[in-house]
Design a protein around this ligand. Structure first.
Ligand code: UDP
Length: 383
C-alpha cells in the first residue's frame, strides 16, 4: 500500500517554524514507520513567483537592522482587513504556482505551522474543490497573529491556554482546539544526558557553572555585547564558570566571537544540530524570547533569562516566562550579566528549574501526531 502523503506548510522566518515542522515529521516517522510520507514544504519560497518568493529572505535583515519597519508591518497586518487584502493579492498572483502543491500524488492531509498559510491555502482548497483535511499547529506560546486561526481548520493544536482562548475568539469551537503543547524535536522527548556526561561529550569543564547564550536560529540581537558583559561579570565572581555561545546561522557573529579574548572559558558554535545536549550541559540559558527555545529550555529545566523579543509575535513570551516564575527579562547586556552572576548560587535557580519542568511538554509532537492519526483513521475531521 502506498504511504499516506502529508504536507507540512512552513516558511523560514526564524528557526522555530522549521524546527516544529521537523519535530512533527520525526514524530510521524517514529510512531508510524512506513505509513506516512511526510514532506516539509516551504510554501512561500517554493510556490510563489518572484518577487513574493523573496520575502522570507528579508525577514532576518529587517528584524536585525530596521526593527521599526517590522513593527510597522506588524501593526498593519494586525488589521484583519489589511491582512486579508494582502493575502488575497498574494493568492491571485501565486495561484498557478500554488496549484502545483496539490498535483499528483495528491496529499491526504495538510498541516500548517505558520501564521501566513491558513488563509491562502484554504482559499486554494476551496477554488480547486479539493476536499483535503487541513490542520494548524500554532508554534507561538503567548502572542498570536490572527492569521493562525481559520474557522474551517479541521483541528488547531495550541501550546497554551491563551492560545486556546484566542483561537476560540477567532471563531473556532472548543472541539476544534486542542491544547497539547509546542512540538519540539524528538531528542527533547527522550531521556536527556546527565549534565556531567553532556559536558564531557561537548568538551566543557564538568564542574563549572555553565551559561548558554543564544539568539534564535539566526543569532539575532546583542549576542556579542551580552557575551562579553557576561564573561566579565562571571570572571569577577571568582567562581568556576564557563560560557557557551551558539550563533545559529549568523556566521559573522561566530567569526568575530571566535577571534575574541575571554576572561573565562568560552565555547563559540555556529548552527548546532544537538541543541538538547548543549541545554542538558547548561545551568541556565540567555535567549531572545523565541517560543521554540523557551519550550526546549523548559524541558531541560533551565532558568531562562530573556534578553529581548521580536515586537509582535514574541512580546507575550516575556510575561509567559516571568509570570510563570521560570526566569527573568533584562534588556541591557550589563543587567543581563548582573542577573546571571547572581544565579551562580544554585538556590536562586532551583525553584525556576522545578517550575520549568512542571510547564514542559516534551511529548507534544507525539501527542499531536497520535491525535491526527486517530482523526484520519476515524475520518472524524470536522469542518
Ligand atoms: N536552533 C538550533 N540550532 C541553532 C540555533 C537554534 O537547532 O544553532 C533551534 C532552537 O533549538 C529552536 C529554534 O532553532 O528550536 C529557534 O526557534 P525560536 O522559536 O526560539 O526562535 P526563531 O529562530 O524562530 O526566532
Amino acid at each position: 500500500m502506498n504511504p499516506c502523503r502529508i504536507l507540512i506548510l512552513m516558511s523560514d522566518t526564524g528557526g522555530g517554524h522549521r524546527a516544529s515542522a521537523q519535530a512533527l515529521q520525526a514524530a510521524f516517522a517514529a510512531r508510524y514507520p512506513d505509513r506516512f510520507q511526510v514532506e516539509i514544504v516551504d510554501l512561500w519560497t517554493d510556490y510563489t513567483p518572484w518577487p513574493i518568493n523573496q520575502m522570507p529572505y528579508l525577514y532576518s535583515p529587517i528584524i536585525a537592522r530596521v526593527l521599526w519597519f517590522w513593527k510597522l508591518l506588524w501593526a498593519v497586518f494586525e488589521n484583519e482587513r489589511a491582512f486579508s487584502a494582502a493575502l488575497r493579492l498574494v493568492y491571485l498572483i501565486s495561484r498557478n504556482e500554488l496549484r502545483k502543491v496539490l498535483q499528483a500524488p495528491r496529499p491526504h492531509l495538510i498541516i500548517s505551522v505558520h501564521p501566513f498559510m491558513q488563509h491562502i491555502f484554504m482559499r486554494l482548497l476551496e477554488h480547486e474543490d479539493a476536499a483535503i483535511p487541513f490542520m494548524t499547529v500554532v508554534t507561538d506560546l503567548a502572542s498570536f497573529h490572527h492569521g493562525w486561526f481559520h474557522a474551517r481548520a479541521g483541528r488547531c493544536f495550541v501550546a497554551s491556554e491563551p492560545a486556546a482562548a484566542t483561537a476560540r475568539r477567532h471563531g473556532l469551537h472548543a472541539g476544534q482546539v486542542r491544547l497539547l503543547g509546542l512540538p519540539v524535536r524528538p531528542p527533547f522527548a527522550g531521556a536527556l544526558p546527565e549534565k556531567e556526561t553532556a559536558r564531557a561529550r561537548l568538551g566543557l569543564i564538568e564542574t563549572a557553572f555553565t551559561v548558554l547564550l543564544l539568539g534564535g536560529g539566526e543569532g539575532m540581537g546583542p549576542v556579542a555585547a551580552t557575551a562579553h558583559a557576561v564573561a566579565r561579570r562571571l570572571a569577577a565572581t571568582g567562581k568556576a564558570a564557563q560560557l557557551v555561545v551558539i550563533c545559529g546561522r549568523n556566521e559573522r557573529l561566530r567569526q568575530s566571537l571566535q577571534q575574541s579574548d575571554w576572561p573565562i572559558p568560552v565555547q563559540v558554535c555556529g548552527f548546532v544540530d544537538n541543541m538538547q545536549e548543549w541545554m542538558a550541559a547548561s545551568d541556565c540559558v540567555i535567549t531572545k524570547a523565541g517560543p521554540g527555545t523557551i519550550a526546549e529550555a523548559l524541558i531541560c529545566g533551565l532558568p531562562i533569562l530573556l534578553s529581548g523579543f521580536i515586537p509582535g509575535q514574541e512580546e507575550g513570551n516575556v510575561s509567559f516566562v516571568v509570570d510563570n516564575g521560570v526566569g527573568a527579562y533584562r534588556d541591557s547586556p550589563e543587567d543581563i550579566a548582573a542577573t546571571v552572576s547572581n544565579w551562580v548560587d544554585g538556590s536562586q535557580r532551583a525553584h525556576m528549574s522545578a517550575r520549568a519542568r512542571e510547564l514542559a511538554r516534551p511529548r507534544a509532537a507525539y501527542d499531536i501526531v497520535d491525535e491526527i492519526v486517530e482523526l484520519l483513521d476515524g475520518e472524524a475531521v470536522e469542518e
